[in-house]
Write a protein that binds this ligand. Structure first.
Ligand code: FAD
Length: 445
């Protein structure tokens, strides 16, 4: 082993790479991590964290409306530049924290873009470093459309560095990134049109929740155009116009495409080394995150599996424990809870109703749509939906879904109950906390 500079060389200091590097080093390995941009990767810089800060910031628009019903009269104004600057300051603080964590764990940080020269060596600018194992944790990037005028198309990254709020935004796509960032700008007064080629928003989620959310987003002023593609983007001098496949010409100041993300595998030299890639360019790995080349591993978005920070972190942990510990950390991909932080937020764990009918012989569905107590004194109308999917053969709860205030916080707890194999009878036997929205889950009949 001494013939190599390191035991483990990690490429990419995002969620998965940093966790693998830190844990491997703490377990005694000699580790270096290479990063060509800011520490923390997508999640910290242009993903989960700044997105959630913007969600909090924009939700005050609704909170202030609600406050009137509770006797508050408020003179308010909103300053986008202040929100952005405060967000930037917090992200810079987190970048520093990541640096400190790596330093304290004894990981060498190498700044620059890495390219592999062979199965044990990477070139980083002028430097060459060798390692017994190389971990590729380079994440993914947003896809841009292949249409005339695509040079005018922006990605979600642009939202985080907007100098000023546009008057209008065209958000193309209807996955979680599109809905979340569309909701943020909509709440802040931007005229948002969502254009989506599919027949409903949020493909893959439970149908009741998709339809519920569609109505709620429209009620908040978002325009949703379905079964429509953007065929061309043209600059008008003062803004842009999008030629839509339904014949409409949509004028917009800010055309953003959130139509999917692709793994960052280009330019690493992987193909030359015989690393097998999937059809979308993701690195194919086995259950220990080893690629077709035994010394090259991959975790996180670059494997094109589940694009979630906790998944990338769990994979990084697994890899470190597998090769430098006792291999006791294992990942269970079943029933991973997930949220869409649009407004209202949606969270889900387990099977949708359609999936349950596919997998179980008989299914029982329980659902409730209601106005949360907090909004009874507000002029603002927003409904919450909760839904349980139960396997009738054994009474096991196989799906929990919610769209409404606090959904993500509530579903995280229910995910533990589902992991423990909770039955509907056990949900029913649980006393609720009153008055809450969460108690609906234990009173569904
Ligand atoms: C707008 C948005 C919102 C999101 N919100 C959520 C959320 O709420 N919850 C959630 O769980 N997930 C969310 N995600 C997904 C989440 O950010 C990713 O799943 C996660 O960051 C993946 O981690 P990773 O380690 O695989 O890659 P990344 O975090 O992307 O890190 C990869 C790193 O590798 C570096 N790199 C790439 N190539 C090289 C190279 N050749 N040399 C050196 N360095 C290189 C990059 O600069 C980057 O820092 C969101 C994503 C986006 C875009």
């Amino acid at each position: 082993m001494a013939e190599y500079d390191y035991d483990l060389l990690v490429v990419g200091a995002g969620s998965g790479g940093v966790r693998a590097a830190r844990v491997a080093s703490e377990l005694g390995a000699r580790v270096a991590i290479v990063e060509m941009d800011r520490l923390g990767g997508t999640c910290v810089n242009v993903g989960c964290v700044p997105k959630k800060l913007f969600v909090y910031g924009s939700h005050f628009a609704y909170d202030l409306q609600d406050a009137r019903g509770y006797g508050w009269s408020t003179e308010t104004s909103f300053d986008w530049a202040a929100l952005r600057a405060n967000k930037d300051r917090e992200i810079a603080r987190l970048n520093g924290i990541y640096g400190g964590l790596l330093e304290r764990a004894g990981v060498d940080l190498l700044k620059g873009r890495a390219q592999l020269l062979d199965a044990h060596t990477a070139e980083i600018g002028e430097m060459r470093r060798s390692a017994e194992r190389i971990l590729i944790a380079t994440g993914g990037r947003a896809i841009l459309p292949d249409i005339p005028g695509s040079e005018h198309a922006q990605t979600s990254n642009a939202v985080f560095s907007l100098e000023e709020l546009p008057k209008t935004m065209m958000m193309v796509g209807a996955g979680y990134v599109a809905l979340e960032l569309g909701s943020v700008l909509c709440a802040l007064g931007v005229d948002v049109t969502l254009v989506h080629r599919g027949e409903e928003i949020l493909r893959g989620f439970d149908r009741d929740l998709r339809c519920h959310l569609h109505d709620e987003l429209e009620a908040k002023g978002m325009r949703i155009v379905l079964e429509t593609r953007v065929q061309e983007l043209r600059s008008t001098g003062s803004g842009f116009e999008a030629q839509l496949s339904n014949g409409e010409v949509l004028e917009t100041d800010f055309p953003v495409f959130a139509i999917g993300r692709q793994p960052n595998t280009e330019g690493l030299g992987l193909e030359d080394l015989g690393v097998e890639l999937g059809t979308r360019g993701g690195i194919i790995v086995d259950e220990d995150f080893t690629s077709s080349v035994p010394s090259i591993h991959a975790v996180g978005d670059v494997t094109d599996h589940m694009q979630l920070t906790p998944v990338a972190i769990a994979e990084g942990m697994h890899l470190a424990h597998r090769f430098y510990g006792r291999g006791e950390h294992r990942i269970d991909y079943m029933s991973i809870p997930t949220a869409v932080f649009c407004q209202p937020e949606l969270a889900t764990v387990g099977l949708t109703e359609a999936e349950a009918w596919h997998r179980c012989q008989d299914v029982r569905i329980y659902k409730s749509v209601f106005t949360p107590l907090k909004l009874t004194l507000s002029e603002r109308k927003e409904h919450t939906i909760v839904k349980l999917v139960v396997d009738a053969s054994n009474d096991r709860v196989v799906g929990c879904h919610m769209a409404g205030h606090g959904a993500a916080e509530i579903i995280q707890g229910l995910a533990v109950a589902m992991k423990a194999g909770a039955t509907k009878a056990q949900f029913d036997a649980t006393i609720g906390i009153h008055p809450t929205s969460a108690e609906e889950f234990v009173t569904l009949r």
